[in-house]
Design a protein around this ligand. Structure first.
Ligand code: ADP
Ligand code: GLC
Length: 488
């Protein structure tokens, strides 16, 4: 089966959040299922051609692509996902992609992803490679389904190509003015009230993906149920509801080639569920680096996150004073909204022996925190899947999470399961979206941490869980088959 995997981020080339982890791993897992996958993403200035051994695609050459009436020059560079046969095609158009950030608030943001979508389609044409499925992700991938089924439907080569559209986050909806239609040379009659692209008087590319996708999915089963409700659906619940027979939840996997404490190249001391003791050395190493004192009886709580509302920093801020009274140390890595960066900075200044933080993006530190922390906090308001709690389980770093989305599907509460007579719990969960619930649940974890034997049991329960991509890749394979059958 031929799959064009269309993404705006992929590890190790460019990353903002979890989509990059998915795009760097799922295509590799699919090749084991006899899929021929090509990944397509924009070429950003931070992607080092030499380091990643990218080659200029002479067989494609220069492609003029018209956006908003102006032909822009596009070139294609080709590489591979590391240690794999999966080819990745980089769409190079400096006019649109030589920017500081992957996602911008620039006024031509819509044009950037029009160009990208057209360039993916035209690259396939020039390669004479007909995908059985275009697998498009999030709103930047929402226009391509419209183009394939409308603008480019003159080309017989795509007549049987189906679309799988994956929602990684329903709150990012790709909202633009209706001018996007003329800029993309879409038929003006596609825009009307409650039409396939219209959302509150504007165009939503996320909606376009939902309407034009043959199969739609999101990244956990619980989030799939949640976003059909007004509380979580961000206004898209009805539109999604109208597609509910074609809508599924498939949990993300983890790439254990990069996230495994037995082999992780970013951590100094390797360990496993059979030999857990070196984890302490990582904790000491991490605390030394952060200039925090080491005490094996004081738990270290890690946070690695985009600092945005989704991740629950508003309720965390409500109780930051309370949390600082607890007998724990904190290491926080993140970047995002200024108010949360300021909060974390002031906590770091006020409690120099308790809190260390790094406000920026730092992949190596993210790995070190997973290896060195005792616990990991994610107090998300909503969480489509979440990857850090999955990494935490593998690293014996006990997750404390809110029971929502993928967090609810991957972490089992120790006390809840104990009450039911099972000793299979892997972490600590809370339901209520309040600061008090965070404090109470962190306290519950701190109490349990004193009981070393039980703590080890919780750690090992988590380390035994297998969230490798193989199972989820099979589910995507089935969705691809279904999309081909249901191709509209
Ligand atoms: P989201 O995609 O919503 O940000 P996920 O949990 O799915 O959440 O994925 C986040 C990914 O980004 C994880 O791999 C995490 O380690 C990484 N990450 C987030 N913030 C940072 C940061 N400041 N530095 C390094 N890695 C980060
Ligand atoms: C989004 C979600 C996150 C998910 C990631 C990858 O960024 O916020 O929960 O893990 O996409 O699917």
């Amino acid at each position: 089966m031929k799959i064009a995997f269309v993404t705006t981020e992929a590890v190790p080339f460019a990353k903002v959040g979890g989509l990059a982890d998915v795009a760097g791993a799922l295509p590799k897992a699919l090749t084991k299922l006899d899929c021929d996958v090509k990944v397509f993403m924009p070429k950003y200035p931070t992607i080092d051609e030499w380091r990643f051994e990218l080659h200029y695609c002479w067989e494609i050459g220069e492609m003029p692509i018209r956006v908003a009436g102006i032909p822009r020059t596009v070139h294609i560079f080709k590489g591979n996902l590391p240690n794999s046969s999966v080819e990745i095609y980089f769409i190079d158009c400096p006019h649109y992609f030589n920017r500081q950030l992957i996602y911008t608030t620039d006024k031509d943001e819509d044009e950037r992803f029009i160009l990208f979508s057209k360039a993916v389609v035209e690259t396939c044409q020039r390669l004479k490679w007909t995908p059985d499925v275009f697998h498009c992700n999030d709103w930047p991938g929402g226009l391509l389904p419209v183009l394939v089924k409308d603008n480019y439907n003159w080309d017989m080569m795509f007549h049987r190509s189906a679309i799988v559209f994956t929602i990684h986050n329903i709150e990012y909806q790709g909202i633009f003015s209706p001018h996007i239609l003329s800029k993309a040379e879409l038929k003006p009659n596609l825009f009307y009230s409650d039409g396939p692209l219209e959302f509150h008087g504007s165009v939503s590319l996320l909606k376009a993906g939902i309407v034009y996708g043959d199969i739609i999915n999101t990244v956990s089963e619980t989030y799939a149920r949640e976003i059909l409700t007004p509380k979580y659906g961000a206004g898209m619940e009805k539109i999604l509801g109208s597609r509910k027979d074609d809508f599924f939840g498939v949990l993300n996997g983890a790439d254990y080639e990069t996230w495994d404490p037995e082999t992780d190249k970013h951590i100094p001391y390797h360990y496993s569920k059979r030999k857990l003791s070196p984890k302490q050395k990582n904790k000491k190493f991490l605390l030394d680096q952060l200039h925090l004192p080491f005490n094996k009886n004081i738990p270290l709580i890690g946070i690695v996150s985009r600092l945005v509302g989704q991740k629950g920093f508003d309720i965390f801020a409500d109780v930051s004073d309370e949390l600082m009274k607890l007998d724990a140390q904190w290491v926080i890595l993140g970047t995002g909204d200024a108010r949360y960066e300021n909060l974390i900075q002031s906590m770091t200044y006020a409690f120099p022996k308790k809190v260390a933080s790094y406000l920026g993006f730092n992949n190596e530190l993210a790995h070190l925190i997973e290896a060195g922390a005792d616990m990991f906090l994610m107090s998300s308001r909503y969480e489509p899947c979440g990857l850090n709690q999955i990494y935490s389980l593998k690293y014996g770093t006990v997750p404390i999470v809110r029971k929502t989305g993928g967090l609810a599907d991957t972490v089992q509460d120790w006390h809840e399961f104990e009450y039911l007579g099972f000793d299979t719990g892997t972490g600590f969960l809370f339901n209520e979206y309040t600061g008090e619930a965070i404090v109470a649940t962190v306290q519950r974890a701190l109490e349990m941490f004193k009981d070393k034997k039980t703590w080890r049991k919780i750690q090992k329960n988590g380390m035994k869980r297998d969230y490798s991509w193989d199972a989820s890749a099979k589910k995507y394979y089935d969705l691809y088959k279904m999309a081909i059958e249901r191709r509209k």
